[in-house]
Design a protein around this ligand. Structure first.
Ligand code: C2E
Ligand code: MG
Ligand code: MG
Ligand code: MG
Length: 297
C-alpha cells in the first residue's frame, strides 16, 4: 500500500515535505496531512458508533460507524477535515479497511450484549469503493468477524455510483452476493438522476440532514421528505432520516411513515463502551434527554 509505505518512510515526528513539483494536495493543510501519517502509526484514529433507531419504539436497530481522530494536542479533528485529505492521498484505503474490519467485529460484541440482531452501517468512500482491494477487504471483514453479511450495510453516496456506473454495477452485485445491503448516504444532495435507483440494487435511503433540520415548519423540506418516503415505499426501500435533533422532527417523521431515525435526539456518536452500556438497558431510555427519562414530559 503506497500510503502506508510512505507513512513508514517518514520518520516519527518528522514533517512530510513536498517538493514544488509534487502532486501533494496544495489546498490541504500539509502539516495536518503529515500528522495523519503519524497518527496511523500512533493509533490515534478511533471509531464512534451512532444508534439508528426505530422511530416509533426508539429501539436500537443498528449503528453507524463514524471515524474520529484524537490528536494529542489538536484534540478531536472532525472527519470533514481529515477524510478529504485521506481521500486525496490514498490513506483512506488503509483507514477504511481498518474501520470496516473493526466495525464488523465490534457489532458482534454489541449483538452479544443486546442478545439480539443489530446491524452495522459503514461509510465507504469513493476511492475505497473503486479500489481493487475493496472486495478482499470486505471478505476479510466478514470472515474475521464471523458477521452475517445481512447485518452489514455499506453507505455510499450518489457521487460514488456516478463516477463509473459500470464498475459500480459490478461491485454492488458482488456486495449483494455477500448479502450486504447498500444505503445511499446524504440522499438527495448529489448530482445524479433517479435512474440509478432502477439500475442498482439499493436497499436503504438516508435522508440528508439538510432536509431534516428545518422540519416540520419548512413546507419545502416536508414536501421533499414526503416525496422520498413515497418513492422509497413504492420501491420497497428502507428510509433512515439523518440529523434528527428534536421531538417535533421525530414525531413528524414517524407520522409520515419514516421508520428509522438517527440523530442527536436518540444518541450522539459514542465510543463502543458507552454503546455497550446503552444496549444493556435494552430499551433506549438511557439515551433520551433527561426530562424524558424522568417522565417529566
Ligand atoms: P455521514 O456519513 O452523513 O454521517 C452523519 C454525520 O452527521 C456524522 O458527522 C454525525 O456525527 C452527524 N450527525 C448525526 N446526527 C446528527 C444530528 O442530530 N445533528 C448534527 N448536526 N449532526 C449529526 P461526522 O461524524 O462528523 O462525519 C461526517 C462525515 O464524514 C460523514 O457523514 C461521512 O461522510 C464521513 N465519515 C465519517 N466516518 C467515516 C468513515 O469511517 N469512512 C468514510 N469514508 N467517511 C466517514
Ligand atoms: Mg454515513
Ligand atoms: Mg449522511
Ligand atoms: Mg451527511
Amino acid at each position: 500500500d503506497a500510503a502506508l509505505s510512505r507513512a513508514k518512510e517518514t520518520g516519527k515526528g518528522r514533517a512530510v515535505v513536498y517538493s514544488p513539483g509534487d502532486q501533494g494536495p496544495p489546498q490541504h493543510d500539509i502539516s495536518l496531512e503529515a500528522a495523519m501519517f503519524n497518527a496511523v502509526r500512533e493509533g490515534e484514529f478511533l471509531l464512534y458508533y451512532q444508534p439508528i433507531v426505530n422511530a416509533r419504539s426508539r429501539i436500537i436497530e443498528g449503528f453507524e460507524t463514524l471515524m474520529r481522530w484524537k490528536h494529542p494536542t489538536l484534540g478531536m479533528v472532525p472527519p470533514v477535515r481529515f477524510i478529504p485529505i485521506a481521500e486525496s492521498n490514498g490513506l483512506i484505503n488503509l483507514l477504511g479497511a481498518w474501520a470496516l474490519k473493526a466495525a464488523c467485529m465490534q457489532i458482534r460484541q454489541f449483538q452479544e450484549v443486546a442478545g439480539r440482531e443489530l446491524y452495522i452501517s459503514v461509510n465507504i468512500s469513493p476511492r475505497q469503493f473503486r479500489s481493487d482491494r475493496f472486495l478482499t477487504v470486505l471478505d476479510d471483514a466478514l470472515a474475521l468477524s464471523g458477521l452475517d453479511g445481512r447485518q452489514l450495510v455499506l453507505e455510499i453516496t450518489e457521487g460514488t455510483l456516478m463516477i463509473d456506473p459500470t464498475h459500480a454495477e459490478d461491485i454492488l452485485a458482488r456486495m449483494v452476493e455477500r448479502h450486504a445491503r447498500i444505503a445511499i448516504d446524504d440522499f438527495g444532495t448529489g448530482y445524479s438522476s433517479l435512474a440509478y435507483l432502477k439500475r442498482f440494487p439499493i436497499s436503504v435511503l438516508k435522508i440528508d440532514r439538510a432536509f431534516v433540520k428545518d422540519l416540520p415548519s419548512s413546507n419545502k423540506d416536508a414536501a421533499i421528505c414526503n416525496a422520498i418516503l413515497d418513492l422509497a415505499g413504492h420501491l420497497s426501500l428502507s428510509v433512515v432520516a439523518e440529523g434528527v435533533e428534536t421531538e417535533e422532527q421525530l414525531a413528524w417523521l414517524d407520522d409520515q411513515g419514516c421508520h428509522y431515525v438517527q440523530g442527536y435526539l436518540t444518541g450522539k456518536p459514542m465510543p463502543a463502551n458507552v454503546a455497550v452500556t446503552a444496549l444493556k438497558e435494552n430499551l433506549y431510555t438511557a439515551l433520551l434527554p433527561a426530562d424524558h427519562r424522568t417522565g417529566k414530559s
